[in-house]
Design a protein around this ligand. Structure first.
Ligand SMILES: Nc1nc2c(ncn2[C@@H]2O[C@H](COP(=O)(O)OP(=O)(O)OP(=O)(O)O)[C@@H](O)[C@H]2O)c(=O)[nH]1
Ligand SMILES: [Zn+2]
Length: 220
């Protein structure tokens, strides 16, 4: 058991998955998963399995409802986390006033229309105004918003607004590049389409700053 300081969430990282004889604990378990929600989701997953023509009691599927319930709760744990508290846990006074960029932050989220994953990279930059934040808090905040049901546009804006609100910087820029399984595995079935969204504020609304940010995220 490890206590995650910034979110107050208990996380247990189990190493093994032994079917049938042990509880499943290979997911990180967060103490906020209410047991009654896990139970209710399990029941519904059983029904879904039936309705797609499966036998939920066959050996391979016997614990699938529990696994799905835990996975779904893990993938949506962002509803129980407070991004502002995460940022406030590591704020430092500093006179640095150049751009700070964390790029290529891996994201996995769920599209709210189909509950299918979209995944890709987020690039987050800000120009501080006397306050800087611990670097790791930026990907943590990205995860908090990604682990909810999302559209890519809202995810992008929520990350910008959380940084804006807590850091009150000279500007924030967020770009997300993602592929949506709902457009790949079904629907239009386009395997190579990448969606790019951006949200900027303050200095990043100026062409020169924006151009520098774009050059940096493109590896320039
Ligand atoms: N803007 C936006 N749209 C998204 C996102 N994720 C999925 N979608 C789209 O949400 C739309 C839902 O459209 P609908 O016509 O109601 O659903 P659908 O019949 O399943 O649509 P198709 O995917 O075209 O088969 C689709 O166009 C998806 O591509 C996202 O992050 N942002
Ligand atoms: Zn979708």
């Amino acid at each position: 058991m490890a206590k995650n300081k910034s979110t107050g969430v208990l996380v247990r990282s189990g190493a093994h998955l032994e079917l049938d004889s042990h509880p499943i604990d290979h997911y990180e378990r967060v103490d906020r998963y209410p047991a009654e929600a896990t139970e209710a989701i399990q029941q519904h997953v059983r029904e879904i399995l039936r309705w797609i023509g499966e036998d939920p009691d066959r050996e391979g599927l016997r614990r699938t409802p529990e696994r799905v319930a835990l996975a779904l709760q893990y993938l949506t744990q962002g509803y129980h986390q407070d991004p502002r508290a995460i940022l406030e846990a590591a704020l430092f006074e500093e006179d640095y006033s150049e751009m700070i960029l964390v790029r290529d932050i891996q994201i996995y989220s769920l599209c709210e229309h189909h509950l299918l994953p979209f995944f890709g990279k987020a690039h987050v930059a800000y120009i501080p105004n006397k306050k800087i934040v611990g670097l790791s808090k930026i990907p943590r905040v990205v995860d908090v918003f990604a682990r909810r049901l999302q559209v890519q546009e809202r995810l992008t804006i929520q990350i910008r607004d959380a940084l804006e609100e807590v850091l009150q910087p000279l500007g924030v820029a967020v770009v997300i590049e993602a592929q949506h399984l709902c457009m790949m595995m079904r629907g239009v079935e386009k395997q190579h389409a990448i969606t790019t969204t951006s949200a900027m504020s303050g200095e990043f609304l100026k062409e020169a700053t924006r151009a520098e940010f774009m050059r940096l995220i493109n590896g320039g």
